[in-house]
Design a protein around this ligand. Structure first.
Ligand code: NAD
Length: 732
């Protein structure tokens, strides 16, 4: 069966319908291009056909884009000379779309040819917009839920089937830049206002309007194929165009710190393409696209941020168990976390009982949802009715009896084992035997907390990150006795609230905090050694970390760091390795510099709380050394501090799946997304080099960089993490 079919009506209009077999939304694959090309060719050659409409057989959407599984593997399947193979493959794709665009016109006179309209019933993304851009007129159904755009940049590539070149020629570089550089999506009306689509029509008139246009003998030659074409807003050497390109280049570099190859390649394709005729520009676009596909960062980003993220969201690691979707959740503790957990649950339509020790505290927790919805109304993203409906789902109370009938409890009271134990017993006096009890603890072992439960098999960790409504990762932690129904419940709940889960085993700090704490500590350690704080912070950002380690301490607060340090030291005794870090941290604490919340930390803040620069007073206590390390050394210390913890977590079976290690790192603490995550990064640099570098760092800075046995073994065997632990390896 083929994804494209064509019928021609009595008026001579051929309609090509795209309907990917077995998918709810159309996605393009190699065969699809061949089929589309063949059908367009047939229609152009058929004298009985006056014009063509390309549309979709899916209700409410045109296409979701290219099948990213194929893009991720394109390099591997491109033969011995992958760059050449890729370039030729991309040029074939261009050929198909260019044949649509030229539609049989004479190349010299632009005479002849048949009109081709794209009729979009709804969402059109990626290649699903690049094909319409090659058509002569784009009709979109007035479907406010539809999203139209080119989001490729979000997964580390850019529109490489002519979308970049066509959009810039259609709209100008300035107008196209938010769509290309930020992957901004618009509904049909906004897409029309921006100049991406040509007409928005009522959904039930979509095909009729397209047909009317096709039969009106319209002019079909594209402006860029005519003599005297001028790019809207000016080409690079035009004074206005010059300003655009200078600005865009600076903006891209400030936003990406130069670590995302796709953003730079996109800009180069646009700039260089703007200086030459259209067909040459397509070739330039194809070269840069090949360049991006050849960069291991793009396939790692696609793998983690799209393929594996989606697999985890769909329950890749869900144990066999009946449907565990949550009907009624009890949230205990209406503080910062409990308030956010109630909000996301109610937004998903789940009934919530929000409990705190006083009615005032419970109401305050609920008011977070009120404020959130009010903001949504102000931004026209929500309505009064929706607000009432969401608030109506939350019962803020002090009465534990209201928990009756809950099938899930999420406990978010103070981080104190005795308070948590007391709450567990109080809850279980009311809830039934099937209710799953989850704790949101960030540091306490689940297995220990489960001792307070009357059924440890139904006890689990569901660890949210702050702020709950913004952070997409949820870490699910299995205690020693946690059963599979509890895991399935946690996973079904996370799916209901539309977040991304990872499932890990119970060890100190679980996974995310285990890796982020050494990153922070390495930064503080360097302060103690006299490394220039600006070097530490900039090194982190230049390697793609969203926040430098010192800024991260300020955001999460120095007192929290002190609390965690004290608890860890008490638990580890003499084996505790971070005394030098604590010296700096405790000194900051004694100085009252607690971070952003006290308007004073490693950074200085103005009276309104706006971050200024690094605090100059720090040098008084920890003078900057005369000799400074080079940038790469600082970056490697910061990266290996995190990555080695990830490897140890895998060795110790805290992580059971490297996909979770990579996706969790990017979504949980922003680990350099360009790399695809810690395991992908190790694969990019290669395990032999990673082990060698660890040996050097160990010699220079101490045993915390010691090569884990697993990494050493893999280095000796020349193995990669995805080669050894990836899905394909697991399936073999
Ligand atoms: P918080 O201090 O803001 O809120 C705790 C709430 O629990 C308070 O409203 C308090 O009145 C209430 N409470 C205390 N004892 C209670 C009892 N016996 N019965 C009912 N309510 C009680 O704390 P938070 O930041 O929301 O953290 C809550 C939990 O979430 C902690 O275990 C913490 O480790 C964990 N956590 C926090 C973060 C974070 O960034 N803050 C992130 C992940 C997990």
């Amino acid at each position: 069966m083929t994804d494209f079919t064509m019928t021609t009506d009595a008026d001579g209009v051929a309609t090509i319908v795209w309907d990917t077999v077995g998918k709810s939304m159309n996605v393009m694959n190699q065969q699809g291009f061949t089929d589309l090309d063949m059908l367009v060719g047939q229609a152009l050659a058929d004298d009985a056909v006056k014009g063509i409409i390309i549309t979709s057989g899916k209700k409410g959407s045109f296409a979701g884009g290219m099948d990213l599984n194929i893009i991720a593997k394109m390099k591997d399947s491109a033969g011995d000379e992958p760059a050449r193979g890729l370039f030729e493959g991309v040029m074939e794709m261009h050929g198909v779309l260019r044949r649509i665009e030229r539609a049989g016109m004479d190349d010299k006179t632009n005479k002849g040819g048949k009109p081709i309209a794209a009729a979009l019933p709804g969402t059109a993304l990626g290649i699903g917009l690049e094909i319409p851009l090659a058509c002569h007129r784009i009709f979109a159904a007035d479907n406010p839920k539809a999203k139209i755009g080119l989001p490729e940049i979000m997964v580390g590539i850019f529109p490489g089937a002519g979308g970049t070149t066509r959009l810039v020629r259609k709209m100008g570089a300035m107008a196209a830049s938010p769509l290309l550089l930020e992957g901004k999506l618009n509904d049909p009306k906004k897409a029309k206002a921006a100049g991406v689509v040509d007409e928005v029509v009522p959904a039930d008139e979509l095909l009729a309007k397209a047909k009317e246009w096709v039969l009106s003998e319209p002019k079909i030659v594209k402006s860029w194929d005519e003599k005297g074409y001028k790019m809207p807003g000016g080409a690079p050497y035009h004074p206005a165009g010059f300003m655009t390109f200078v600005g865009a280049s600076a903006m891209v570099n400030s936003k990406t710190q130069g670590v995302y190859p796709a953003a730079k390649a996109l800009l180069s394709a646009v700039y260089e393409g703007a200086l030459v005729p259209f067909d040459t520009a397509l070739k330039i676009e194809a070269r840069w696209f090949t360049n991006v596909l050849m960069n291991p960062s793009s396939s790692a980003m696609i793998r983690s941020l799209f393929i594996n993220k989606e697999a985890l969201e769909k329950g890749a690691n869900r144990p066999e168990a009946p449907d565990q979707r949550v009907q009624k959740v009890g949230v205990i503790g209406a503080g910062m976390m409990g308030a956010g957990i109630s909000l996301v649950s109610a937004l998903a339509g789940i009934e919530v009982v929000l409990i705190d020790s006083t009615q005032e505290a419970a109401d305050k927790g609920k008011s977070y949802t009120t404020a959130y919805m009010d903001k949504g109304i102000a931004r026209k993203k929500a309505t009064e009715e929706k607000k009432e409906a969401v608030l109506g789902l939350i019962n803020a109370t002090t009465d534990y009896a209201a928990l009756e009938g809950c099938d899930l409890i999420v406990e978010a009271v103070f981080e104190d084992p005795s308070v948590k134990a007391e709450v567990t017993a109080k809850v279980q006096a009311v809830t039934g035997p099937d209710c799953i009890f989850a704790t949101n603890t960030s540091t306490l072992p689940i297995t220990e907390l489960a001792k307070a439960s009357n059924d440890p098999e139904k006890f689990i960790g569901i660890h949210f990150f702050s702020p709950v409504d913004k952070m997409m990762l949820v870490e699910i932690i299995k205690g020693k006795e946690t059963g599979s129904v509890a895991v399935a419940k946690a996973l079904d709940y996370v799916r209901q609230i539309r977040k991304t889960p990872i499932v890990v085993n119970d060890e100190r700090f679980f996974y995310a905090n285990r890796c982020i704490i050494p990153y922070i500590n390495e930064g503080i350690r360097m302060v103690k050694e006299g490394v220039e704080p600006a070097l530490i912070e900039n090194a982190a950002k230049l390697v793609g970390m969203p926040l430098g380690p010192l800024q991260l301490v300020d955001e999460t607060s120095v007192d929290l760091g002190v609390k965690i340090a004290k608890a860890t030291k008490a638990a580890m005794g003499d084996a505790y390795p971070d005394g030098e870090v604590d010296e700096v941290l405790f000194w900051m604490f004694d100085e009252g510099r607690l971070g952003r919340k006290s308007n004073a930390g490693f950074y200085a803040y103005d009276e309104k709380g706006k971050r200024q620069g690094l605090w100059e007073g720090l040098a008084g206590q920890y003078p900057v050394a005369d000799e400074q390390p080079d940038l790469t050394t600082v970056q490697h210390r910061l990266l290996f501090a995190q990555v080695l913890e990830a490897v140890r977590a895998l060795e110790e079976n805290v992580l059971e799946d490297i996909r979770e290690g990579d996706v969790g790192a990017i979504l949980g603490w922003g680990f350099a997304p360009w790399s695809g995550g810690p395991f992908s990064w190790l694969d990019i640099i290669g395990t032999p080099y990673a082990a060698e570098r660890c040996d050097q760092l160990t010699e220079a800075f101490g045993p915390r960089f010691a090569t884990p046995a697993l990494l050493r073994e893999m280095a000796d065997k020349g193995q990669s993490f995805y080669g050894r632990f990836g899905q394909e390896a697991a399936a073999a």
